[in-house]
Design a protein around this ligand. Structure first.
Ligand code: ATP
Length: 219
């Protein structure tokens, strides 16, 4: 079997993606390039446990992800959470990746806002036994220096991205990405108000949204 260090890590980017936008895509690309990831799996959440129900179905959000990444060979639209029943716990998703890739380095990508809520996630301490955590800076959010997550960062953070290849899981890496202040919440509000999301998302995604009127208030 190939040693861990010789295989490029696999990136796992979970989210509601309701809808996917350039903030997600650019973050995934920059992290992929800086870490030399083999690929990035976009994993839309079916039933996100930490927030209200998405405005659109998992199937539709997966379709939007597929449209967004078309032509990008290292991006994968991953339906494992959509196909699972019950709450979409990240720990279960990582366990399923780990089963598929027993020795491979796995990197879970998170925006800083998502990371700050980590300690409320189901069985969150197990996440680092299954994958590395790669945290992307988002506009307006700071890395914690105190509390549970501040302590975790102090213990696990590395500035050397090669550490993410030396072991299959367990390290944390914080990486600033180009600050694109785009959020799905703002996009949904704009779409409900009948505004055009042009230039905030790929046109392939925009066209499906406008055609299906999936974000109209009373479709
Ligand atoms: P919402 O506004 O509905 O909460 P969102 O735009 O934050 O959505 P999510 O699907 O919740 O998108 O996010 C998935 C992941 O992408 C999270 O880890 C989040 O931190 C990250 N992310 C979202 N938007 C950006 C952005 N503009 N730049 C960098 N990371 C982002």
């Amino acid at each position: 079997m190939t040693a861990v260090g010789h295989m490029r890590p696999i990136g796992i980017f979970g989210g509601t993606f309701d809808p996917i936008h350039y903030g997600h895509l650019r973050t995934a690309l920059e992290v992929e390039q800086i870490l030399g990831l083999a690929r990035v799996h976009f994993v839309p959440s079916a039933n996100p446990p930490h927030r209200g129900a998405p405005m659109t179905s998992g199937k539709l959000r997966l379709k939007l992800v597929k449209a967004a990444i078309r032509g990008e060979p290292s991006f994968v639209a991953d339906d494992r959470e959509i196909e699972r029943t019950g709450p979409s716990y990240t720990v279960d998703t990582l366990a399923s990746f780990r089963e598929e890739f027993p020795r491979r380095s796995l990197c879970l990508l998170l925006g800083m806002d998502a990371f700050l809520g980590l300690a409320t996630w189901y069985r969150w301490r197990e996440l680092l036994t299954l994958a590395h955590l790669v945290v992307a800076h988002r506009p307006g959010w700071r890395a914690p220096s105190t509390g549970t997550l501040g302590k975790l960062l102090k213990e696990r953070r590395t500035a050397d991205s090669r550490d993410l290849r030396r072991a299959p899981a367990g390290a944390m890496y914080v990486h600033p990405v180009t600050q694109l202040e785009i959020s799905s919440t703002d996009l949904r509000a704009a779409l409900v108000a009948g505004l055009d999301p042009k230039f905030l998302m790929p046109d392939s995604v925009r066209k499906i949204i406008l055609k299906t009127e999936c974000y109209a208030e009373n479709p």
